[in-house]
Design a protein around this ligand. Structure first.
Ligand code: NAI
Length: 273
């Protein structure tokens, strides 16, 4: 059900790969709330052509951009304003990738060229996106920028590998840029720390099935779904959260503040018998 929360608002949504993607669900929700946007992804990710379906469904145009390329980002920000007919009100950065994770390299045996690629794609791309928006003065006052992160930035999940460091970097960029964007242009910047979610990126993490089942049993409200994340993002893009900025906001069913749950304790005790 829509509430017209984003009526008249325009933006860019990065990272919809397929119908499981958090960005895909968010695009659908933003459309439902009356927002208009340009969809973007890395040129290589669009080979499958799935994004065309979402574009048709939401009446959006697609502008390809590798989020690590300033040239691509400049082109994207210019084109998006042309297509949408003015400055932007919201941007979703929904991008993450670790080559070490993909290729099964342990955290204690990193290939540093891959480590660098991972932080460029997963964290610095957020800075590059915001710097491009900032320099081009492309955001309207009281606009909102959201990045997606995971709690491995605060606590150790051994198989999350170097993505944990990338997420810590991403969250720090949100705070630091949030200060400058707030001061100069009244634009807010936040990250949402989301529960494990069955997407292409999520399932790339070793032992993901155990990971998501454990989180489900630990969280008093259960895991937040991609749909829940889309809903939360809509509130952050809306005028109802105008002075929420520089925050890392948990959308995790209570996982991050739970020491142990009854279900996990019962399973543990049973295992001891
Ligand atoms: P996904 O695999 O559907 O989306 C990741 C996107 O990043 C893809 O669309 C991919 O094409 C894009 N991407 C990769 N390299 C790029 C580049 N150079 N330029 C532009 N785009 C690029 O997976 P998901 O889960 O929807 O990921 C979205 C965000 O949510 C990521 O930041 C991820 O780390 C974060 N997140 C995911 C969780 C999960 O369990 N799935 C949990 C917490 C956070």
């Amino acid at each position: 059900m829509g509430y017209n929360l984003l009526k008249g608002k325009k933006g860019i949504i990065f990272g919809a790969l397929d119908a499981n993607s958090i960005a895909w669900k968010t695009a659908e929700r933003v459309h439902e709330e009356g927002g208009e946007f340009v969809l973007t992804n890395a040129p290589i990710a669009m080979r499958m052509g799935a994004l065309n379906t979402l574009a048709e469904q939401t009446g959006s145009e697609i502008v390809p951009a590798d989020a690590t390329s300033i040239e691509d980002l400049e082109n994207l920000v210019e084109k998006a304003q042309e297509i949408l007919g003015g400055k932007l009100d919201f941007v979703l950065h929904s991008i993450g990738m670790s080559v070490n994770v993909r290729k099964g390299r342990a955290y204690t045996d990193q290939n540093y060229a891959w480590t660098e690629k991972g932080w460029d794609v997963s964290a610095v791309s957020f800075h590059k996106t915001m710097q491009t928006l900032y320099k081009k003065d492309a955001m309207n006052e009281w606009g909102s920028i959201v990045g997606l992160t995971y709690m491995a930035a605060q606590r150790v999940f051994p198989d999350y590998n170097d993505m944990a460091d990338n997420k810590a970097f991403l969250e720090s960029i949100a705070r630091s840029f949030g200060y400058h964007f707030g001061k100069e242009k009244n634009v807010r910047v936040n990250t949402i720390s989301q529960s494990p979610t069955p997407t292409t990126a999520g399932q790339g993490v070793k032992g993901f099935d155990g990971f998501i089942a454990f989180a489900e049993k630990m969280s008093p409200l259960g895991n937040a779904t991609a749909q829940d994340c889309a809903d939360y993002t809509v509130t952050l893009f809306s005028d109802l959260t105008k002075r929420v900025t520089m925050q890392n906001l948990y959308n995790d069913g209570g996982f991050s503040n739970t020491g142990v749950s009854r279900e996990v304790m019962d399973a543990f005790v049973k295992d001891q018998e």
